[in-house]
Ligand binder design. Structure first.
Ligand SMILES: Nc1ncnc2c1ncn2[C@@H]1O[C@H](COP(=O)(O)OP(=O)(O)OP(=O)(O)O)[C@@H](O)[C@H]1O
Length: 723
C-alpha cells in the first residue's frame, strides 16, 4: 500500500493581461502570492484579507502541453500500468483551460492534451510488457444536472434516462452500473471512443467561454492484466480516471440565464459538495465524509481519499478581473493537498482460471506419479476402485507371500495395502475351511450369532459336511473312506436364494470340496472323479460361491454400464435440442443480414445483437454438454472393456474350477447369461462440432461500427488530431 497526498499542480492560462499587481509566481519555490487591495467602499472597519501565499507541488506557467503531460500525466499513468488506480483531474473556473489541459487544442497534433497522451503512453507501456496479457476497456461518463449519461453508448445522451447508478463495491471500489465499457485493442480504438464521446458532451456558449463544457466528464481506462509466464489466474485490475470538471462560475459574470443558469447552479452546487468532501478529508479526526451528497463526489470517492494515486491540475486565469475565482481555486487546491490517499495494487484471483490451474496441476501430478512409478518399477498406480483384474493380481501377490515364495511385498498405495488384506482374509477363510467342516461350522455359527440370526445352521446335504464323506484313510483315494449312513446325493436346492452367511458357508464348503478333491487327486493318481453335473447348473453354483467376487464385479459393471448409457442418451437428446436452437438462431441472423440495406451492413441492430448473444450462450452450453458427452462415452467404453475382462475371467476360472471338480467333462456351457453391450445411442453420432467464435469480438465490432457512423459527423475534429 502506498500512502500519499493528492498531488496538486497549478497551471496558468496564457494571457496578454497578466495580473502582475495581484499575482507573484515563484517557479523555483513553487509558490504563488496573491494580493487584493481592500475594498474601501466596505467602510473603515474592514477585516477583508489582502494577502495570500500558496505553495504547490508544481506550478506550470506558460508551459507547453508536452511539459504539462510530463509533470502531470507520466507518473500516474505509469502507476496504472503497474496495477494502481490513478486519477488526473482538472479543476478551475470556467474558461481557465481545463478542457484545453485534458483534451487539448484542436489546431495541431502537438496541442493534444493529457487524455490522448495518457492513452498513447498506456498502450506503449502495455506493449513493452510482453510477459503480461492485457484487456483494456474504456468508458466515458458525463454528469449533467445531477444525472449520469453514457457518452459512448450507441444511444445518444439525449435519449438516455441518465439513470446510471454508482455502486461502492467492497472489492472493486466505485463502479458505475449501466455504463458501457468498450474493449479497445489499440491506441486508435481508444481514441475513437474518446472523440465519439466528445461529440456527445454538453457544450454551451456564454460570455467567458464560447465552448464552455456544462458537465463533469470522466473518461476511464480499465486495465486487466494477467501473466503469460506465471499463474494466469492472478488478475491485476487497475483504472485511470481522467476527469474534466465543469467550471465554477459566477452567473452574473457569465451572463447565464435560462438553461445555462440552471446548469450553472447544478455545477456550482456539486463543486461546493466537492469542496465539503475535501474539507472533511483534510481535517484530522473527521469520521464522516459526505461523499454521497452528489454524483460527482460519490463517483470520485476512490480518487479523493481512497485507493488511487491522484493528481489535480488547478487551472487559473491570471487576469485582474478573475482574481476572486483565482484565489478561490488556489484555496481549494491547497486543501486538496492535505487529502491523503492509500493506493494498493489490486490483485484478484480469477475463479475460472483457478479451476483450470487445479485441473492442470492434478493432471501434471498424475503424470509425475506415473513417472515415479515407472522409475521405481512399480507399475502404474490407479486411483479408481480395483478392477477384478487388479483384485486377482493382489490375490496372487498374497498367495505368493503366504506360500513364502516372496518375502517382501512392495506397496504403491494405501489402497493396495487394503486390497491385499482383503485377499489375505479370503485365503485365511479358505484355509480355515481346510481344518474341517466342524471347525468351520463353529466359526460360521459364530458369524451367524454375530449377525443376530437365531437360526442354527444345519448342513443341507451330505456334501456340506466332511462327516458325510467319511474319514480318509492314510493311503486311500477319493471314496475309500467310510461312508456316513446318512449320505445322499447332492441336493440342488443349494442353488436357491440364500442368505449371506449361508452363501459364505456354502462357498467354503465348496472350496473345501474342491480342495479335498485336489488332495485326493494328488494322493491317488488315476482316482475316480465326481460325476459331472450339468455345466450350466455348475456355472450357476460357481457364480454364487467361488466366482462370487468376479460375478459381483461383473454385475456392478453391468449396472454402471446401463446407468452411463442412459445418461449418455439424455445428454445426446439435450445436445440435439441445443443444436436445433443454434441452427434457428443462425438462420435468424442470416435473415436479418440479408434484409439489411448495403450501407448498413456493418451496423448491428438490437435484434441482431440479441440473436448473436443468444447464439453465443447456446454455444457455451453446447460446448459443456459436448464435453460431458465425450467423458460419458469414454466411461462407457472403459466399463465395457471391464465387463469383457470380468466375463473372460469368470469363464476361465469356472473352467478351471469345473475341471478340478469334475475332471475332463466337456459339457457345453451356455452363454446365455452373458448380455451383449448395446451400441451407443444412435442420435449421438450425428452431432457435429461447432467452430468457436470469439464472442467478445461481436460486442466489440458493434462498438466499432457505431464509432464509424458517428465519426462521419465529427471528421473535422478528428482529422486535425490524427494528422
Ligand atoms: N494553456 C493554454 N494555451 C492556449 N490556449 C488555452 C490554454 N488554456 C486555455 N486556452 C484557451 O482558452 C479557452 C477556454 O479554455 P477551456 O475551454 O479549456 O476552458 P475550461 O476551463 O474548460 O472552461 P469551461 O469550464 O467553461 O468548460 C479555449 O479557447 C482554449 O483554447
Amino acid at each position: 500500500m502506498v500512502k500519499s497526498a493528492v498531488k496538486v499542480v497549478v497551471r496558468t492560462r496564457p494571457t496578454a493581461s497578466f495580473a502582475s499587481k495581484n499575482l507573484q509566481i515563484d517557479l523555483d519555490q513553487k509558490t504563488i502570492e496573491a494580493f487584493i487591495p481592500k475594498d474601501n467602499t466596505q467602510g473603515l472597519i474592514n477585516n477583508q484579507q489582502e494577502h495570500w501565499k500558496f505553495q504547490f507541488d508544481e506550478i506550470l506557467h506558460n508551459s507547453s502541453q508536452e511539459d504539462v503531460y510530463d509533470i502531470c500525466g507520466r507518473e500516474v499513468v505509469h502507476s496504472v500500468s503497474e496495477g494502481y488506480n490513478g486519477t488526473i483531474l482538472a479543476y478551475g473556473q470556467t474558461g481557465a483551460g481545463k478542457t484545453y489541459t485534458m483534451l487539448g487544442g484542436q489546431q495541431a497534433y502537438k496541442f493534444r492534451g493529457v487524455i490522448p497522451r495518457a492513452i498513447s503512453q498506456l498502450f506503449h507501456e502495455v506493449q513493452s510488457k510482453p510477459e503480461l496479457s492485457y484487456v483494456i476497456r474504456v468508458s466515458y461518463a458525463e454528469i449533467y444536472n445531477e444525472l449520469i449519461y453514457d457518452l459512448i453508448s450507441p444511444t445518444p445522451p439525449s435519449d438516455q434516462s441518465g439513470s446510471i447508478m454508482i455502486q461502492d463495491d467492497p472489492k472493486y471500489g466505485i463502479t458505475l452500473r449501466g455504463l458501457s465499457q468498450s474493449i479497445v485493442n489499440t491506441e486508435e480504438e481508444a481514441l475513437n471512443q474518446l472523440f465519439e464521446g466528445e461529440t456527445n458532451r454538453t457544450i454551451a456558449a456564454h460570455l467567458l467561454n464560447k465552448n464552455s463544457t456544462r458537465s463533469h466528464c470522466v473518461y476511464t481506462v480499465h486495465l486487466e492484466s494477467r501473466s503469460r509466464v506465471e499463474s494466469s489466474e492472478k488478475v491485476t485490475i487497475s483504472k485511470l480516471n481522467l476527469v474534466d470538471l465543469a467550471g465554477s462560475e459566477r452567473t452574473k459574470k457569465t451572463g447565464s440565464e435560462g438553461l445555462t443558469l440552471t446548469e450553472a447552479n447544478y455545477i456550482n452546487k456539486s463543486l461546493s459538495y466537492l469542496e465539503q468532501v475535501v474539507i472533511a478529508l483534510s481535517e484530522r479526526g473527521r469520521e464522516h465524509v459526505p461523499y454521497r451528497q452528489s454524483k460527482l463526489t460519490y463517483m470520485l470517492k476512490d480518487s479523493i481519499g481512497g485507493n488511487s494515486k491522484t493528481l489535480m491540475v488547478a487551472n487559473i486565469w491570471p487576469e485582474p478581473n478573475h482574481m476572486e475565482e483565482t484565489i478561490s481555486t488556489l484555496r481549494f487546491a491547497t486543501r486538496m493537498m492535505r487529502v491523503s490517499n492509500e493506493a494498493t495494487i489490486n490483485v484478484e484471483l480469477d475463479p475460472a482460471q483457478l479451476i483450470e490451474r487445479y485441473k492442470r496441476e492434478i493432471r501434471d501430478l498424475k503424470q509425475e506419479l506415473a513417472m515415479h512409478d515407472t522409475l521405481a518399477n512399480r507399475g502404474r498406480i490407479v486411483y479408481e476402485p480395483y478392477t477384478p483384474e487388479q483384485q486377482y493380481q493382489q490375490q496372487q501377490i498374497a498367495e505368493s507371500f503366504l506360500d513364502g515364495d516372496t518375502d517382501e511385498v512392495e506397496f504403491d498405495s494405501l489402497r493396495q495395502v487394503r486390497e491385499l488384506f482383503i485377499q489375505m482374509r479370503n485365503i485365511y477363510r479358505r484355509a480355515l475351511s481346510r481344518l474341517g467342516a466342524s471347525d468351520f461350522k463353529v466359526r460360521a455359527d459364530k458369524e451367524v450369532d454375530r449377525s443376530g440370526s437365531s437360526h442354527p445352521k444345519e448342513p443341507k446335504n451330505i456334501e456340506e459336511s466332511d462327516e458325510g464323506l467319511g474319514d480318509e484313510e492314510n493311503f486311500g483315494g477319493f471314496g475309500l473312506g467310510r461312508a456316513n449312513p446318512n449320505a445322499k446325493p447332492m441336493d440342488t436346492s443349494a442353488l436357491e436364494p440364500r442368505t449371506h452367511f449361508m452363501q459364505a458357508e456354502e462357498e467354503e464348503i465348496n472350496i473345501n470340496k474342491s480342495i479335498s478333491f485336489e488332495e485326493n487327486k494328488k494322493k491317488s493318481s488315476g482316482s475316480q472323479r465326481k460325476q459331472p453335473i450339468d455345466k450350466n447348473q455348475a456355472f450357476m453354483e460357481f457364480k454364487n460361491v467361488d466366482g462370487r467376487d468376479i460375478n459381483n464385479a461383473l454385475n456392478q459393471n453391468r449396472e454402471d454400464h446401463k446407468d452411463r448409457k442412459a445418461r449418455l442418451k439424455e445428454v445426446g437428446a439435450r445436445i440435439n435440442r441445443i443444436k436445433s436452437e443454434i441452427d434457428e438462431c443462425k438462420e435468424k441472423v442470416e435473415q436479418i443480414r440479408r434484409n439489411k440495406p448495403s450501407e448498413e451492413e456493418d451496423v448491428i441492430d438490437e435484434e441482431e445483437f440479441e440473436y448473436i448473444k443468444r447464439l453465443k450462450d447456446l454455444k457455451k452450453v453446447y460446448r459443456t454438454e459436448y464435453d460431458q458427452m465425450k467423458n460419458l462415452k469414454e466411461e462407457v467404453n472403459m466399463i465395457a472393456q471391464s465387463i469383457e475382462f470380468s466375463r473372460e475371467r469368470l469363464i476361465n476360472e469356472f473352467e478351471t474350477w469345473y475341471e478340478r471338480k469334475f475332471g475332463g467333462a466337456t459339457m457345453a456351457l451356455s452363454r446365455e447369461n452373458f448380455g451383449t453391450l448395446s451400441e451407443m445411442p444412435a442420435n449421438m453420432e450425428g452431432i457435429e462440432e461447432i467452430d468457436d467464435v470469439d464472442p467478445d469480438a461481436l460486442a466489440f465490432i458493434k462498438a466499432k461500427n457505431n464509432v464509424k457512423t458517428l465519426h462521419k459527423a465529427k471528421k473535422a475534429l478528428g482529422s486535425t488530431l490524427k494528422k
